[in-house]
Structure formats: structure tokens, C-alpha cells
Ligand binder design. Structure first.
Ligand SMILES: [Zn+2]
Length: 139
């Protein structure tokens, strides 16, 4: 048990390094945009705006990943890593290697996803039925 967690910890630490490198790369490419150059072309401006937005989006995704990595590392330190939060079963090592942030076993995860899909559909239906119809004009 301890050995397999150590193995995952290595994977997570490596992932963290890579993610940090990705973030700094994204930040660098963002700050290297030619700012202040006299370019009257509105299309150039639009495309550099879009690039910056993409950079921000990437940053958010990478930051989210970093948060997941840190949480997983914390769970390792607390000895809670590798067990399903729903049923308490051990999560197979093969699954953890592919999905180091996995918090549920395959069975519980698919149950949760089914539930979420149902909830989402229910909310969408409710949102749709709440759209008011045009007021009837009296006249
Ligand atoms: Zn489970």
C-alpha cells in the first residue's frame, strides 16, 4: 500500500513540475506580446486579444490541475489517498496511474456521473419551463 502510494506521489510531483513549467511558459508568451507597437490594424489587435484570452484560459486550466495535484498530495500525506470517498474501497493502482486525482472507484464514479447527468437534465428542463411566455396584450 505504501509503496504504490509512493509511486503515485512521484507521478504527481512530476506532473506538478510539468504544470508549473506550462504555466510559466503561458505567462511568458502572454507578456511577450508586442505591446505598444504602432499598429493601426484592427485585425491585429483583435487576434492578439484572442491570444491573450487563450493564455488566460490555459492558465486557469493549469491552475485547476495544480490544485488537484496539491489536493492529491495532501491526501497522500494524510493517508487518505487511494480509497474511494463513496464506498471506501481501494481504487485500483492502474486507475490511479491514469487518473491520479481519482477520488472514487470506477463503480461509484459512474454512479455519480449518471446522477449528475440526471440532475443536469432536470435543471435544464426546469429552466426551460420557467421561461415566461409573452404577455398577452389586452387591448
Ligand atoms: Zn466506490
Amino acid at each position: 500500500m505504501v509503496e504504490r502510494v509512493e509511486e503515485i506521489k512521484k507521478i504527481l510531483l512530476k506532473m506538478k513540475e510539468e504544470t508549473l513549467a506550462e504555466i510559466s511558459k503561458a505567462v511568458k508568451s502572454g507578456s511577450n506580446l508586442p505591446v505598444g507597437e504602432p499598429s493601426g490594424d484592427i485585425y491585429d489587435q483583435a487576434s492578439s486579444e484572442r491570444d491573450r484570452e487563450l493564455g488566460l484560459l490555459l492558465g486557469d486550466r493549469e491552475r485547476e490541475k495544480l490544485r488537484n495535484i496539491d489536493e492529491a498530495l495532501l491526501r497522500i500525506d494524510e493517508g487518505e489517498y487511494g480509497t474511494c470517498e463513496e464506498c471506501g474501497d481501494d481504487i485500483p493502482l492502474g486507475r490511479l496511474k491514469v487518473l491520479p486525482f481519482a477520488r472514487f472507484c470506477v463503480k461509484c464514479k459512474s454512479d455519480i456521473e449518471k446522477q449528475q447527468a440526471q440532475t443536469k437534465r432536470f435543471e435544464e428542463e426546469r429552466a426551460y419551463s420557467e421561461i415566461p411566455f409573452g404577455e398577452e396584450e389586452e387591448g
